[in-house]
Design a protein around this ligand. Structure first.
Ligand code: NI
Length: 211
């Protein structure tokens, strides 16, 4: 689905036709790339902007396939591009607003406020939700799509999203924060409800999550 775009790759005398990314381009555990650090973007080029667009398309395609969830954000590694790019939905409450902000080389410069636990899910860990402790406020520095530096003061759910996504750029997933917390894990049921997971069976002894 989506637009068909022509992309001339930099091999001499050759070109390829690439279809916009879909949910099938999103990788999930077990995949050791999800535990690797992504590389910094040097120059914000057209290829970087295209990747950001692809990531948004993949997130929205995923959301369209999920009845009870919103695709809130995605990091480059999740489409198997180990590049420090994060896309975050502009409006978390209004699903009909399908616009994103793009953050390149995002870094947290300060953690503030108190530590709160709340539910998080991840497009790369289907159907598992966790109650993850995060700071209530963070300050973030990044580049925008024009390569200009931006600084953001985030709080509440946006602060949580930045911490989750910047973790991805550093090879960390949310379950790594709650590895030894049996009561922190939940499964998303077909009816949209969350029920506690059997920690020993589904989490601690689930090699796919930890390899
Ligand atoms: Ni995630």
């Amino acid at each position: 689905m989506g637009l068909l775009t022509v992309n001339y790759c930099n091999l001499l005398f050759s070109s390829v036709i690439l279809v916009e990314m879909t949910k099938d381009d999103i990788i999930s555990l077990p995949n050791d790339h999800l535990r690797q650090r992504s590389k910094k973007v040097g120059v914000v080029s057209d290829a970087v902007r295209k990747l950001a667009e692809d990531m948004q398309a993949a997130t929205l395609d995923w959301e369209d396939s999920r009845e009870h969830e919103v695709g809130v954000a995605l990091a480059g590694v999740q489409v198997d591009e180990l590049t420090r790019i994060v896309v975050i939905r502009q409006d978390f409450d209004d699903k009909t607003n399908r616009n994103f902000n793009v953050f390149i080389n995002p870094e947290i410069t300060k953690f503030e406020g108190e530590i709160n636990e709340d539910f998080e899910g991840c497009l790369s860990i289907p159907d598992v939700y966790g109650k993850v402790p995060r700071y209530s406020k963070v300050r973030v520095r990044a580049l925008n799509l024009q390569g200009k530096q931006v600084r953001i003061k985030a709080e509440g759910f946006l602060a949580r999203v930045f911490q989750h996504e910047i973790d991805h750029t550093n090879g960390k997933v949310f379950i790594d924060h709650i590895k030894d917390k049996p009561e922190a894990y939940f499964r998303l049921e077909a009816d949209g409800s969350l029920t506690p997971l059997d920690y020993e069976k589904n989490i601690a002894n689930n090699a796919a999550l930890w390899e």
